[in-house]
Write a protein that binds this ligand. Structure first.
Ligand SMILES: C[S@@+](CC[C@H](N)C(=O)[O-])C[C@H]1O[C@@H](n2cnc3c(N)ncnc32)[C@H](O)[C@@H]1O
Length: 178
């Protein structure tokens, strides 16, 4: 094997090793609570439409992953804040916002939605498990103003006032109001 082929193989191995470490990190963290599954642009738009999110409104994404829903909220003329416990995903979301030049409108915070204070917002999105929603519910009721609209992908909140549920793209989207 010549030197060029050797260094090429080493490069490929390095990229594979880094990919494995990142995937392993996300899998292990995901197994501990809710795994990261990304909401597509189309689905994000539908979720925002269902809570009647408009230009100038502020969205809070609880467990924001790579920032997809917040970035879509900004694309619609609003602003957004995402809270995510995995630092790597917060970093990815910030890079995505910076690449789109919207980093002042799309903020991403590394934190735990079950422990840290809930920022003010009148529109909330989440894609978590029902057990997490159950634990989150009293915190939302205590922190968010009356009339706040919440859209939850696939998982229900046990006692929040439900406005509607709709099937969309293989998911069920639930809208609630505080
Ligand atoms: C199914 S993903 C949804 C990501 C994003 N909202 C979307 O729809 O594209 C759930 C996310 O919630 C995060 N998460 C789970 N529990 C959390 C907690 N207690 N505090 C903050 N983030 C949490 C996970 O790390 C994961 O990125």
């Amino acid at each position: 094997m010549n030197a060029g082929a050797f260094w090429f193989s080493m490069g490929v191995l390095l990229i594979l090793a880094i990919t494995l470490v990142i995937v392993g990190y996300l899998l292990i963290q995901g197994m501990m609570t809710v795994p990261w599954i990304r909401t597509t642009r189309r689905m994000s738009r539908k979720m925002l439409e269902m809570i009647d999110f408009r230009p100038g409104d502020r969205l809070l994404d609880l467990g924001s992953g790579d920032g997809s829903i917040v970035l879509e909220a900004v694309a619609l003329g609003g602003e957004g804040i995402g809270i995510e416990r995995l630092g790597l995903l917060v970093w990815v979301a910030r890079v995505r916002a910076r690449m789109q030049g919207i980093q002042t409108k799309a903020l991403f915070v590394c934190g735990d939605i079950l422990k840290d204070p809930i920022p003010q917002a009148s529109f909330v999105a989440c894609y978590l498990f029902s057990e997490v929603n159950k634990e989150l519910e009293p915190r939302l009721q205590a922190s968010l103003p009356e009339g706040t609209r919440i859209v939850s992908r696939d998982f229900i909140f046990p006692t929040l006032r439900k406005i509607e549920s709709q099937r969309f793209g293989g998911s069920t989207l639930h809208v609630y109001e505080i």
